[in-house]
Ligand binder design. Structure first.
Ligand SMILES: Nc1ncnc2c1ncn2[C@@H]1O[C@H](COP(=O)(O)OP(=O)(O)O)[C@@H](O)[C@H]1O
Ligand SMILES: [Mg+2]
Length: 355
């Protein structure tokens, strides 16, 4: 099913928390709604589900406006962070609950519950109460309960936040696989960029109730259209440095304190801005033995397969990643180089990319 949000807004007591949101989700697509806490993700999802009605704008399912369609008639399956299972019911009873509401025949309920249990690995725990299940199993029951209705649209709201790190990775993969197999259009709300990057076909990034950008993960990562996206997507986060752009006999240079960095022509800003931020990912700052610019090691964060080294230089902190085994310690002097082929420039005032 195709979903379209046309200029939707939501106000609570006169305060707009979602503002003029326009977004199209294709049939079978996995769309992540990514943004920091409080930016309006849940509110947006609840409008799509029919639990909230928009203050303005329209919502379309397959070209039909559904603003007035009650939640129960929208054929939507929802999975929340709190699994919202019925504690006094068994797994089996929880699974079939949506079909009981729909007054489906007993045989069909049983058949569908068994199919769900099989698919989600719950066959052995059908008689248990939710309190006797692990977090991962509870979340699978919640997923099964959403799927048993054969929804045309699946909505997830931070479904993995209550799980430990290891289980989150497993469930992430399971949800993605299942979504691919079933081909159900999915909208997945998360504040976790890793979930959005690893699972979704496209990511819609929200900020303060406004859609900041939408695109495939790779595009947002490689060509961040704004400072916010540059900072929010990618790990470790991009370095964003205050620079002054200067022309030196036809060669564009970025001045960072007393340093002068040559900007390759194809990375030169296309527009003028009075205040400029230069972005460079930690991966593109390198430690060198000879040459480069001196910096002081401020902190070392080992991450197993790589170390993040935070340096201080010209009064600014700059992160870089390197392989472990460097023998560096806090306070050491290092020499660093910027791979200027990989820099970004942003208008510090508007936040817009200058490339
Ligand atoms: N029912 C409500 N009444 C009043 N304000 C609300 C209500 N629901 C959400 N908000 C406010 O709207 C903003 C966005 O909330 P929400 O959509 O839950 O954000 P997110 O899911 O991105 O964390 C927050 O400032 C929140 O306090
Ligand atoms: Mg939320």
């Amino acid at each position: 099913m195709r979903v379209r949000l046309n200029n939707i807004s939501k106000e609570f007591d006169g305060t707009a928390v979602v503002k003029n949101l326009c977004l199209s989700i294709e049939d079978g697509e996995f769309m992540a709604l990514l943004g920091p806490s409080g930016c309006g993700k849940t509110t947006t999802l609840l409008m799509i589900a029919g639990i909230y009605s928009p203050s303005a704008g329209t919502i379309e399912f397959d070209g039909r406006i559904v603003n007035r369609l009650p939640a129960k008639d929208r054929h939507v399956g929802m999975v929340f962070q709190s699994y919202a299972l019925y504690p006094h019911m068994t797994v089996y009873e929880n699974l079939i609950f949506p079909l009981v509401i729909q007054k489906k025949p007993k045989v069909e309920m049983r058949r569908e519950a068994m199919r769900m249990a099989e698919m989600l690995g719950l066959t052995d725990v059908l008689d248990r109460k939710p309190s006797m299940l692990s977090g991962g199993q509870q979340q699978r029951v919640a997923l099964g309960r959403a799927l048993i209705k054969k929804p045309r649209l699946l909505l997830f709201d931070e479904p993995l936040s209550n799980l430990d790190a290891r289980l989150r990775i497993t469930m992430r993969a399971e949800i993605k696989r299942l979504q691919r197999e079933l081909g159900i259009t999915t909208i997945y709300v998360t504040h976790d960029q890793t979930e959005a990057l690893t699972m979704a076909d496209r990511i819609a990034v929200m900020r303060d109730g406004v859609l900041e950008a939408v695109g495939p993960a790779e595009l947002l990562h490689e060509h961040p259209p704004t400072l916010f996206i540059a900072e929010f997507i990618g790990h470790p986060p991009m370095n964003l440095l205050d620079v002054v752009l200067e022309d030196h006999e036809g060669q564009l240079c970025a001045r960072l304190g007393s340093l002068l960095l040559e900007v390759p022509r194809w990375r030169s800003p296309q527009r003028f801005a009075s205040r400029v931020k230069m972005g460079i990912r930690p991966l593109h700052v390198t430690l060198v033995r000879h040459g480069g610019y001196p910096a002081t090691v401020y902190l070392i964060e080992p991450q197993g397969n790589q170390d993040v080294i935070i340096c201080e230089m010209e009064g600014t902190r700059i992160s870089l990643v390197t392989t472990p085994g460097h023998n560096l310690a806090m306070g050491d002097t290092v020499h660093i180089e910027f791979q200027m082929d990989n820099v970004y420039f942003f208008d510090a005032e508007s936040g817009k990319s200058l490339l």
